[in-house]
Design a protein around this ligand. Structure first.
Ligand code: PEP
Ligand code: CO
Length: 456
């Protein structure tokens, strides 16, 4: 039975316990900043948000596939044209490979233009005799280990909004036609492919994508330079002051929209049913994601659905499971059953990154390509067996050739990690590993389809 909840407002979360929030020493500055933020123009629009929701309703049914990806944490410093273009291009390439594999439209959602706040396992960090607040992302404090750097600074909320706006401005310009080079052979750097046992298959996929693009151009009778590609944004809605200030009513639509991003999500560490994040998110008209980890129980998930998804509006709720390759087979099925029992439409999305993080003997945080792939493949199988749809995948990836994750066709190993390890938080798949992962996922989907057609 759904309980009637007290009245919601963008501020009602203040009555609840807000986990993972910094303590700002200057409360007057916080007030000035949030007031200013609340008056600045929105980053996204309600009609874009509604368009995404309807695409996600398709993902819940299995007619559309969702691809969400990007950095674990964006940094203000990385807000430059080369890096933004590289991120977008790898997302677009992965999506083309997935369109090819799934034969479905793919909705692209970046972890971008606002992914600046990070949950941390401890509030304080000690080095030697010195203990300081932990680094919580560029929108909160700075990563250097001095008291000045680590003191939460509310003005960074505004700097974050500005960086997000600059990023989004460039994304919109690129999405409006700057991707025309995608069909040039030299643009698909496949130098890793010969290192793979699946080399021929990979070459064939890319060739077939190029051919389809040329075919479309021939049909259109002109180079396809004006074709718009849709790219939506998402970030963890962790900093509630930032999210609240940009949550507004818009003319001619009912309800409240968080106009800082198309799809905010609730992280695993802030998904408590009585917490401030769940309270804040329940009032939004945006599609919202919730990360669900191995500690999630069917009862807890049932309560989350009651609170966050009372009407079961298709496309509104995305459940992003991140169990780990060794836990998913045991942990996921009871959760799927619990959701099924509600009869509500949800989008199931697999995040194979966050349950597969490990630390090497020399203390470097990494993830293995094989574990990531294994969790995704298991996720497809589990949903297939239970008669539900895996509607999407979620990656931490970058368009650059960093060395943060182990494995892939190039066989990166532990000794490679120190070569170009740049992430401030979690290890990302690099350009080659991301493209290869997309090909492996597409390949798995094709095999499953063949099995289905063959009645297996
Ligand atoms: C993340 O997506 O970067 C993250 C912190 O995930 P989770 O909440 O699933 O741990
Ligand atoms: Co992460």
């Amino acid at each position: 039975m759904t309980k009637t909840l007290p009245e919601w407002s963008p501020r009602s979360w203040h009555e609840k316990v807000a986990a993972q929030q910094p303590v700002y020493p200057d409360s007057q500055a916080v007030e000035r900043v949030t007031k200013e933020l609340a008056n600045l123009p929105p980053l996204v629009t309600s009609w874009e948000i509604e368009a995404l929701k309807s695409q996600l309703a398709g993902a819940a049914r299995g007619d559309v596939f969702m691809l969400q990806g990007g950095d674990c944490a964006e940094s203000f410093e990385d807000c430059d044209s080369t890096r933004i273009a590289a991120k977008l291009k790898i997302l677009l390439k992965m999506s083309l490979v997935m369109i090819h594999g799934t034969k479905k439209p793919v909705v692209r959602i970046g972890r971008i233009a606002g992914q600046y706040a990070k949950p941390r396992s401890a509030d304080q960090e000690s080095r030697g005799d010195i203990t300081l607040p932990t680094y919580r992302g560029d929108i909160v404090n700075r990563s250097g280990f001095t008291r000045e750097d680590r003191t939460p600074d509310p003005w960074l909320l505004l700097r974050g909004y500005e960086r997000a706006a600059l990023t989004l401005n460039f994304i919109r310009a690129l999405a409006d036609g700057g991707f025309a080079d995608l069909h040039h052979p030299e643009y698909w750097d496949l130098s890793f492919v010969p290192h793979s046992a699946l080399a021929e298959e990979y070459e064939r996929i890319v060739e077939s994508i190029r051919e389809s693009m040329s075919f479309m151009e021939a049909v259109a009778g002109r180079p396809d330079t004006t074709k718009r590609v849709d790219v939506y944004t998402s970030h963890e809605g962790l900093s509630l002051l930032y999210e609240e200030a940009q949550t507004r009513k818009v003319p001619h639509r009912h309800g409240w929209f968080n106009l800082s991003t198309h799809m905010p999500w609730i992280g695993m560490r802030t998904a408590m049913t009585d917490g401030a994040h769940v309270e804040f998110f329940r009032g939004l008209r945006n599609p919202v994601g919730v990360k669900i980890g191995p500690k999630m129980t069917p009862e807890w998930l049932g309560e989350l659905l009651d609170i966050l998804h009372p009407e079961g509006e298709p496309g509104r709720l995305v459940l992003i499971h991140r169990m780990g390759a060794s836990d998913i087979a045991e942990k996921l099925p009871p959760l799927i059953e619990a959701v099924r029992a509600t009869g509500k439409s949800v989008v199931w999305c697999a995040d194979p990154m966050h349950g597969n993080t490990e630390t090497t003997a020399s203390g470097i945080k990494t993830r293995r390509f094989d574990n990531i792939l294994s969790e995704i493949e298991q996720a497809f199988e589990i949903h297939h067996e239970l008669g539900t749809v895996l509607g999407g995948v979620h990656f931490e990836c970058t368009g650059e050739n960093v060395t943060e994750c182990i494995g892939g066709a190039r066989g990166l190993d532990e000794s490679d990690l120190s070569r170009d390890y740049r992430t401030r938080v979690d290890p990302r798949l690099n350009y080659e590993q991301s493209l290869e992962m997309a090909m492996r996922v597409a390949r798995h989907i094709r095999h499953m389809d063949r099995r289905r057609v063959g009645g297996g």
